[in-house]
Design a binder for this molecule. Structure first.
Ligand code: HEC
Length: 452
């Protein structure tokens, strides 16, 4: 983890906002596809097993179709899983630098496992096709002009089936472990308590919120793979494949998956949000949660309408609606992360400005630094006195709660929020982070008699 920490760069307040925005955008792409991938691949594995046991060709076809949906081609996997998950690791490295949070380390390990799992998934998918080709060659081999001796073909076929089964099992295990670590990393990021408390893999295993979020991911996986299966059969391949006997099976499986997922997701999202610490929650978190619920409601409605009427238009609307609901939930987490990291971002900004000042003075450009007292006289004294109410509350009253929490005071001064309804809002003071640091130290020494 130290390696990861050493690549982090100092950053300003604005950079931090940019990181959160990039995180949001990346996750909007990564999460729905990852859910589709994991859900469809797991379903493919189960169907493949069942086909092996029952010898039912329709179930076998469905397994192959699901594997195709999970991993359509290499570039989809690279652009929607490999690159975004690596980007998330670097974003976490930047965001959580200087804290003990293990988010970046967990995400890094998670990303590696996801990439390995996806690769095993490709082997699983391609050995389906190989199986067919060998079976064809086997047919030819039985005839007098056949090219390959049947014994060799049979041996190769057995080996292929073996690697098919093994790669499927590996894909499942690696993806499950990868999802747990990756989802866990973003969950603990939302709660500054966990930055300290979750100090290893076992602590992560024992964190309740992580399990709720992992379950929510699997609900999303069911919902996305159900909606994806319907989409692939009834929208994408609508013209190319005539209705076949396996359609009934596809419909049944997809509707079950989609219904279970769409019903479970809102419940688990609600539970997950309830477990986010109150200090990370803002009005926007609830607004976005409500929007995502509305999208789930619509998705359920489209699913029902399709089952009733059979019109493919509803399927075409269903998949984007589930994606939209997930995107809103991702954004909701980003908003909570923004609040969770506000104090830490302010602290990083102070470090960044000190760094820039050092750089300036090493180049011979000296900036005039105002002391905390100068700033108080110039910027705060118009509204604040120490022991009397003016426009704002007396410092003696409000500073007590910041004892030992200097980063929180800096964050407030940089970006004042509504606190006490008895007062008007404090306007933003447009201070630099290093100035906010000086005034915070000045006030703390004056009122509390200590610098922290
Ligand atoms: C234009 C008036 C105004 C100026 C200038 C101003 N403040 Fe305030 N300040 C307020 C008001 C009003 C409140 C109460 C806000 C609330 O409770 O929502 C407040 C609240 C505060 C609080 C208490 C926050 C809390 O958590 O209760 C602190 C600390 C503070 N100001 C620091 C400063 C500092 C430092 C400066 C100078 C850099 C400053 N203020 C400049 C009006 C001002």
């Amino acid at each position: 983890m130290d390696v990861l920490n050493s690549i982090a760069l100092p950053q300003s307040k604005e950079h931090f906002h940019l990181l959160l925005l990039v995180y949001n955008i990346v996750m909007i792409f990564l999460l729905p596809y990852l859910a589709l991938l994991v859900g469809s691949l797991m379903a493919a594995l189960l169907m493949d097993r069942r086909a092996g046991k029952t010898g039912d060709a329709d179930i076998g076809h469905l397994a192959r179709r699901l594997a195709g949906i999970a991993l359509p081609d290499r570039s989809t996997f690279i652009f929607l899983v490999v690159l975004p998950s690596i980007v998330v690791v670097f974003l976490f490295v930047q965001m959580f630098q200087g804290t003990t949070a293990m988010a970046a380390g967990f995400a890094a390990l998670g990303a590696l496992l996801l990439i390995a799992g996806g690769t095993a998934g490709f082997v699983f998918k391609f050995t389906f096709t190989l199986d067919d080709m060998i079976a064809l060659a086997g047919d030819g081999a039985g005839k007098p002009d056949g090219a390959a001796p049947p014994v060799a073909v049979a041996g190769f076929l057995a080996a292929t089936r073996m690697s098919h089964r093994r790669s499927g099992n590996w894909a499942a295990m690696l993806l499950l472990a990868g999802v747990f670590l990756f989802v866990g990393a973003s969950t603990i990021g939302l709660n500054p308590e966990h930055w300290r408390a979750v100090d290893g893999f076992f602590a992560l295993l024992l964190t309740g919120e992580v399990w709720i979020d992992v379950l929510a991911f699997f609900a999303a996986a069911a919902g996305m793979s159900g909606a994806g299966l319907l989409f692939s059969r009834f929208v994408w391949h609508q013209g190319t494949a005539p209705p076949g006997p396996e359609d009934a099976l596809i419909l049944r499986t997809a509707v079950r998956l989609a219904t279970a997922g769409i019903l479970a997701m809102p419940l688990l999202f609600l539970l997950g949000t309830a477990l986010i610490p109150a200090t990370s929650l803002t009005g926007w978190v609830y607004v976005l949660l409500a929007f995502s619920f509305a999208a789930f409601g619509l998705a359920l409605h489209f699913l029902y309408a399709f089952v009733k009427s059979g019109r493919t238009l509803y399927v075409a609307l269903l998949l984007p609606m589930v994606v939209a609901a997930l995107a809103m939930s991702v954004t909701k987490n980003q908003v909570a992360l923004h609040t969770a990291t506000a104090d830490h971002a302010a602290q990083l900004a102070v470090v960044f400005e000190k760094h820039t000042e050092d750089l300036r003075s090493s180049l011979g450009v000296m900036a005039k630094q105002m002391t905390g007292e100068d700033i108080y006289n110039a910027r705060c004294s118009a509204c604040h006195l120490f022991d009397q109410k003016k426009v704002g509350p007396p410092y003696k009253e409000v500073l007590v709660k910041y004892a030992g929490k200097k980063p929180a005071l800096i964050a407030f001064v940089l970006n004042p929020v509504k606190v006490n309804p008895a007062y008007p809002n404090m306007p933003g003071q447009g201070l630099k982070a290093s100035e906010a640091d000086s005034i915070a130290t000045f006030l703390m020494v004056k009122v509390l008699g200590k610098t922290q």
